[in-house]
Design a binder for this molecule. Structure first.
Ligand SMILES: [Mn+2]
Length: 344
């Protein structure tokens, strides 16, 4: 890995005298973001003797993600409690300054960006490593740890194993050869009991209530499905339901929306590895908000402007009309209830 050795040498020059590093995650951090920060913090504390803090915005609601934080005793600080000026160096993982899915103040510049999403122009940092061919950002971080000759602890192995599984849907979605070989390398070192508690956590009653309500609202047309979840307690549920609906055997595209804090969150999934879900959702959202993603998965947010839209439903309908148009379908499509239709 000559490239990674060069990158590590560059990190050395930047962080050799670093007393404290803050790693910032995207809001509502997912397992890939959590594991990436966990590995980076370990690397930096072992290699440079630095203190490390991890910050996030939003909340961690999803049962699996909460279990991950608890089982691996991850110490996280909410951005509301961060005094940014205390950190001479800030790293961002699984996101970038030009994205709007994180809580980095506009006047603060990070030193380090390590991500696997397509590079958005308009930011300059001393160190960046962006590899879009990687299914999980945590895979990239583990390569740094190995290049540094540091051992993979049980908790790191557990975190990375779960991150790769969850981010690539059990290695079935956009997993590269590096993701697979990393997963196979960390799995034997992971704490299998902890991993099981993370993969299959106990679920609160509210999860089942939401599941029932959401399935009732799910609509299908040919190989397409969508659901408007309405008001959600966390945007995490939107991506979770887009994933779930795509598992329907007759479905090739799924789209889920949820209303949260003045924004409509949209998640889109596709079963075709050659699709361009990220680009399609960017076009659907257009200038109304922001969106991004990969071939088979995409996410975005649209601000609900009360002067522009009659109500939330108008905005939700508009997203579906644009979704149909992008896939070359008629806008007058008769959506049917997923559960009530015979034979579905
Ligand atoms: Mn990721």
């Amino acid at each position: 890995m000559p490239m990674i050795k060069d990158k590590l040498a560059k990190l050395d020059t930047l962080l050799r005298k670093c007393d404290i590093l803050l790693t910032l995650l995207h809001d509502y951090p997912d397992p890939d973001a959590l594991a990436s920060a966990f590995v980076l913090s370990h690397l930096v504390s072992k290699r440079y003797g630095s203190q490390t803090h991890i910050a996030y915005g939003g909340v961690v609601t999803r049962a699996e993600n909460r279990a991950m934080v608890q089982q691996l005793k991850m110490k996280l600080i909410h951005v509301d409690e961060i005094a940014w000026e205390h950190y001479p160096h800030i790293a961002m993982v699984d996101t970038q300054p030009a994205f709007n899915n994180h809580s980095l103040p506009r006047d603060i510049k990070p030193t380090i960006v390590i991500d696997h999403h397509g590079k958005r122009k308009g930011f300059e940092v001393a160190f960046f490593d962006i590899r879009t061919e990687y299914g999980a950002c945590a895979t990239m971080l583990l390569e740094y740890l190995e290049a540094a000759g540091l051992s993979v602890t049980v908790d790191i192995a557990t975190a990375v194993a779960y991150a790769i599984r969850s981010e690539t849907q059990e290695l079935g979605r956009e997993a590269s050869a590096s993701d697979i070989s990393t997963y196979l390398a960390v799995y034997p070192k992971a704490n299998i009991r902890k991993l099981a508690r993370i993969v299959k956590p106990l679920l609160p009653k509210s999860y089942f209530v939401l599941l029932e309500r959401s399935l009732r609202k799910a609509k299908v047309f040919r190989h397409l499905t969508h659901v408007h979840l309405g008001k959600v307690k966390s945007p995490e549920f939107v991506s979770q339901f887009a994933d779930l609906l795509l598992r329907h055997e007759r479905i090739g595209w799924s789209l889920a929306t949820g209303r949260f804090k003045g924004k409509l969150f949209v998640s889109m999934r596709c079963s075709d590895p050659h699709a361009k879900a990220g680009n399609i959702l960017k076009q659907i959202v257009g200038t109304l908000g922001s969106a991004g993603g990969h071939a088979m998965m995409a996410g975005g947010q649209i601000f609900f402007d009360e002067y522009k839209y009659k109500n939330w439903q108008q905005l939700e309908d508009m997203v579906i009309v644009r979704f149909l148009r992008k896939l070359g379908m008629s806008e007058t499509t008769e959506w049917k209830s997923m559960l009530l239709r015979n034979g579905m």
